[in-house]
Design a protein around this ligand. Sequence first.
Ligand code: TXA
Ligand code: MG
Length: 338
Amino acid sequence: MTESSSIDLEAVERAARILSEGGLVAIPTETVYGLAADADNEAAVLATYAAKGRPADHPLIVHVADADAIDFWAEDVPEIARMLADKYWPGPLTLVLKKKPRCGLWVTGGQDTVALRCPSHPVAHALLERFAGPTRKGLTAPSANTFGRISPSQASHVMEDLGIKPEGKLDMILDGGSCEFGIESTMVNLSSGTPEILRHGVITRSMLEDTLGIPVPDAGRNAPRASGRLKSHYAPKTKLELVDGNLHVRVAAWAAETKGVCAVMASKTQLDTLLAAVPVERFALVIEAPENVLNYGATLYDHLHALDAAGAVRIFVERPQQTPEWAAINDRLGRAAA
Ligand code: TXA
Ligand code: MG
């Protein structure tokens, strides 16, 4: 939790009660806010699909209090899954495993695998412990945004998008400040014998390979379905264009042929040249992109929300470097631009 150091235990208690009674609660995690429901409660889980407007055949991640819950939800668990959980849980890593029969098909979208993640955010962690008690129960939690839109990295994003009943769709939003990492967890498929990356995140390929001592390639075409892998996901409402190299050339050309204002996110050097080349009144918003990859990730969705809300007719983003450490960011930007 970045903004306050103490946990509001009363709020956590209330959230746990609402979830046990089948309600929907938006919860903070270290990646993005999640839309939580009791994974064992079919009606509650189906209500999260409805709230998001997400197709019901898309599987959800089950969030658990600790690694002891793995065998409650999954079977035929390979040793490499335990190595990864030992190393990176609690944290932004999701493991896809063969599901146990007790795990409902409403969680897995009818598939025979289940995605498990133990979040490190202190509020999420306190909630999961309170909710599960002595059991190994878990909470399904897709990102708490309308399907296909930008993921929420602050409670206010959830409030604006899904909102609280009766006008909105949720029973409660548990505020845990800004999310530390800001982009969704790394997802690794371990259900087919060899590990493969389903979704890039702050736990990078090289971190996974260092832990396992074997290659961890991207998932192939036969990989389990994941909506995060749809081409146009994480999309702002305003058209977003990724620009390689000379931003001022592209934006000047756009400004010459188009009326209206644009919103821009780029490095300081690119911005300096751009602001010298294009009149200032053509910009609704200009954001200096963080140079550090973790800072870039932590602020990415905040920045996309701001760029989208700026009233621009076009968003221009300088394409970041194409190196392995930037894989998750390039992945999300590519989808935002699709
Ligand atoms: O960081 C995160 O993972 C966040 C926070 C809230 O924990 N959650 C999140 O959930 O990003 P969601 O539902 O927005 O994205 C999860 C992705 C989806 O693309 C889903 O299709 C995929 O994981 N997924 C879930 N279960 C799966 C499974 N059994 N096999 C393959 N993909 C799965
Ligand atoms: Mg999502």
